[in-house]
Design a binder for this molecule. Sequence first.
Ligand SMILES: NCC(=O)N[C@@H](CCC(=O)O)C(=O)O
Length: 453
Amino acid sequence: MGKKIFGTNYPVSICFIVVNEFCERFSYYGMKALLTLYFLTYLKWDKDLSTAVYHAFSGLCYFTPILGAFIADSWLGKYKTIIYLSIVYVIGHVVKSVGAIPTVGSTELHIALSMSGLILIALGTGGIKPCVAAFGGDQFDEEHTTERQKFFSIFYMSINAGSFLSTIITPILRGDVKCFGGDCYALAFGVPAALMVVALVVFIAGSSLYKRTPPQGNVLWEVCNCIGFALKNRWNKSKHDPPKKHWLDWAEEKYSMRLIQEIKMVLRVLVLYIPLPMFWALFDQVVKRLIFLPLVTSKLNLGLLDFGACYTVILTEEAGKIVPHKIEDVKANNVHIAYQIPQYILITAGEVMFSITGLEFSYSQAPANMKSVLQAGWLLTVAFGNVIVLIVAEGAGLEQWIEFLLFACLLLGVCIIFSVMAHFYTYVDPEEMEKLYLENSIELNKTGKSTKM
Ligand SMILES: NCC(=O)N[C@@H](CCC(=O)O)C(=O)O
């Protein structure tokens, strides 16, 4: 039994995991906050290319969790996967920061370094993401489910504290600190790199306290084979054999009941997740607009921007001071930006309820040997959300209000579909199932029967 935080059922090891997540998210979001501007102003790409690469990168970061989960659950275990992929992540940051030093090589080299850095970062951040959340859940004793649920809230708070602070700090570093005769991208990318080193060090510092569950062989390979066998068998035998309750039951003659049940559990959850990318698509769109407004206003010192207005700003030098002059190109529609506060509060409340529940649900509904896999399934909803944004928002070129309305209507439809699906979902308790399998296999051993469990 691991050490507990004084007087509670919370293991001490989760402190290291929460701090690790804070630093890692600081590192990821801090770097991402600058990315579009870096492409536009440093690499001199046009807006379309910059936006496309930005979304492709964001999407990739949430597709790679599948790879990390595969490595963790089938091969290295979560602990080693987090350490090895964090090293890849740090290397990615370093390569990216070097690419942002103007004196290092030509523009082609900067592009090559930036792209290689981003690929390594996507591999690192995505790879460790499902493992860190599931590893945090693993630290709790079976009976401490309430504490584990609260842990996911704290974990989510650390994600958002890290992302919030870095999204403010790194753009300031870029603009306010000058190096090599211009904006200091090298420093602004260097700070997230340093934070990722801190994340790794903190994680390693907790090593002696972690509860580690060893990987149970090549689970995913077995899952794929079992699904393949069930489909083949069904195709070959369903014409003459009696029907089965579930299509996966066609794998019974070769695979254990336990594996079949576990695959059913995972598939039911994944099917439930199908409508969810729409939430992230809307969320991503809204947050993107929110991030850039305060940066523009604070930098040029113009006060709050009026709703719907578009300005040209001319900077003149008067008595040794830079003075901004605002010319209104598109008239404001007289609605103060503060009217958007309730909407953002509602969206944030929605996010908190949606995300924390999703994280905890993905953990609690996964069989012990596929915890990271289901976390990766949850993160895939973010990845597909990015794909929707790329196709609908960036590709279709709709007016902003039409785009928002479209996304809101689609999300409403999705909410209704999801509610119906969730209504028919029955919760499983993987620990209870585990006990049942154990009791059954002891019983069968006693009676000498040989049935696959
Ligand atoms: N505010 C967005 C956010 O927190 N996103 C998460 C990913 C989604 C999730 O885990 O629910 C993140 O960046 O880790």
